[in-house]
Write a protein that binds this ligand. Structure first.
Ligand SMILES: [Cu+2]
Length: 137
């Protein structure tokens, strides 16, 4: 009877460690996924800035990575692909002037995944002097 109890306890321990390994593995995976996101900032006072309004600039990433822009300013900004007046402005990505991705206030974020290599310029439609580039290798 005692040996049976020990056997049961050992089995239970074995099962629990398998579960623990499974949990830690999935945690590792989510950390790995976060590595594919690159943080960028719309800096405080960006309205009066130009190629230093977005930081870092350029944002250097590799194909398949996602850039997450955070509005660290207190003013409404956009992250809009292309350049002011270009026919393709906003076609690739655009945080927009309304909706859930609009960077209306401090702490709001917008993200875009880059699936192709190249240099991708972007700007703020509300303050077109604000310009940046995402360099994808
Ligand atoms: Cu702006």
């Amino acid at each position: 009877m005692v040996s049976k109890t020990i056997y049961l306890a050992a089995s239970l321990l074995a099962i629990l460690s398998v579960i623990a390994i499974g949990v830690s593995t999935s945690t590792d995976n989510s950390i790995f996924a976060q590595g594919d996101k690159v943080q960028a900032s719309i800096v405080p006072g960006a309205s009066t800035l130009t190629d230093d309004a977005y930081s870092p600039n350029p944002i250097e990433i590799t194909v398949g990575q996602t850039v997450v822009w955070t509005n660290d300013d207190t003013v409404f900004h956009t992250v809009t692909s292309g350049s002011l007046g270009a026919s393709d402005a906003g076609k690739l990505f655009d945080s927009g002037l309304a909706g859930p991705t609009a960077l209306t206030s401090k702490g709001k974020t917008f993200e875009h995944k880059f699936d192709n290599a190249g240099d991708f310029p972007y700007f703020c439609t509300l303050h077109p002097a604000m310009v940046g580039t995402v360099a994808v290798k």
